[in-house]
Ligand binder design. Structure first.
Ligand code: NAD
Ligand code: MN
Length: 361
């Protein structure tokens, strides 16, 4: 039986509620697919920092990084800030520490879920660069000042090559299940030097993948197309802050953040977390939508399956995705963010129930 050591950071707000929900689904998968997960829980959170001043360190991340994967709820509370006025975010620290090149954020329509646009066939993967770009200056020295503040957008050839390799191989892998195999770069090379380099490297990498078609738009126009013509996108790749914003526009097209998963990955490390934050406005009420977190856990299994050549993991991942889809198709299991009245636990029960039929099929 394949055994996986998973480091769990539930975090703040709804983080612990949705993490518990995702683990309930993983528990169900253990016997069903012959998998064994052993969890180690960590209490890093804005709340811990507020109470004790403790936050995640490089040593913590070295230790956590030894295991197979990290499952992350959400971290941050708007009124808890470090000395520079920034919020606490272990996810941002981990992206830098593990050099996680890309955040994979799949967005697709689920049958039955209302969408604010007319498009039927939305099925895209937004890839947000996560090791440089607008977050490159995170650890820059700087003098605190009340009159001047600056951030830094830096793009490297090496970072771009890694990012675009991921984008093209994702486009190729997705094609197996019917997507066209197409990569779009959204950038701002008309105004930002860093993006001139990014576009240049994109063209070079694209030339090495003649089987994959490409498109490029300036980020401003591309953002409009995201809303007016979302069906034209398959894999969409962009710089760190642009990708963050785009992925949430894309999530909004299909029902919102409650169903938007993500996977922050490199060749060696993976942190799996929903695209949304800690939603303090609804925390502790049992009404958070756990779907994004469950789908992030499924992305974790997919990634583990690929890395460890474990078809049980891959099968469990696909079945969780199918079970979530089946559960969401039923109006009575939709949470408030999707226009329903269900609670977090109702979704857990429905997904576990759907898993029985999906697994038997
Ligand atoms: P948010 O994603 O937490 O919430 C935005 C809105 O979406 C809220 O109305 C919230 O109730 C709703 N929402 C989000 N997830 C939901 C879910 N699963 N089910 C139902 N509704 C859901 O974004 P925010 O309000 O801008 O930020 C809140 C905190 O989260 C901040 O401290 C922010 O820094 C932090 N944050 C953390 C991460 C992360 O951990 N990766 C990402 C983004 C924001
Ligand atoms: Mn975001």
């Amino acid at each position: 039986m394949a055994k996986y050591q998973i480091e769990v950071i539930p975090g703040d707000g709804i983080g612990p509620e949705i993490t518990q929900a995702a683990i309930a689904v993983l528990d169900e998968c253990e016997a069903r697919y012959g998998l064994n997960f052993s969890y180690r829980f960590h209490d890093f959170s804005a709340d811990l920092y507020r109470r004790t001043g403790r936050k995640i360190t490089a040593e913590d991340m070295n230790e956590i990084g030894k295991s197979h994967a990290v499952l992350f709820g959400a971290m941050g509370l708007p009124d808890v800030r470090g000395p520079e006025g920034l919020e606490l975010g272990a996810q941002v620290e981990m992206r830098a520490h593990y050099e996680l090149t890309a955040s994979l954020r799949p967005v697709r329509r689920f049958p039955g879920i209302e969408t604010p646009v007319k498009a039927e066939n939305i099925d895209m993967l937004v890839i947000r660069e996560t090791s440089e770009g607008m977050f490159a200056g995170l650890h820059d020295q700087h003098e605190p000042s009340d009159t001047f503040a600056s951030d830094r957008m830096t793009i490297t050839r090496q970072g771009c090559e890694k990012l675009f390799d991921i984008a093209f191989s994702q486009a190729r892998a997705r094609r197996k299940r019917g997507t066209p195999g197409h990569v779009t770069l959204l950038h701002k090379s008309n105004a930002l030097r860093s993006n001139v380099l990014m576009e240049k490297v994109f063209d070079e990498v694209a030339a090495q993948h003649p089987d994959i078609e490409t498109a490029k738009y300036y980020i401003d126009l591309g953002s409009m197309y995201m809303v007016t013509n979302p069906e034209k996108f398959d894999v969409v790749v962009s710089e760190n802050i642009f990708g963050d914003i785009l992925s949430e526009i894309a999530a909004g097209l299909v029902g919102g953040l409650g169903i938007a998963p993500s996977a922050d990955v490199s060749m060696t490390h993976g942190v799996f977390q929903p695209s949304h934050g800690s939603a303090p406005d609804i925390a502790g009420q049992g009404i958070a939508n756990p779907t994004a977190m469950m789908l992030s856990a499924a992305m974790m299994l997919e990634w583990l399956g690929e890395r460890h050549d474990d078809e049980h993991c891959t099968k469990a991942a696909h079945d969780i995705q199918a079970a979530v889809e089946k559960a969401l198709a039923d109006e009575s299991t939709r949470t408030r963010d999707l226009g329903g009245t269900a609670g977090t636990q109702d979704v857990v029960d429905a997904v576990i129930n759907a898993l029985t039929t999906v697994a038997a099929a």
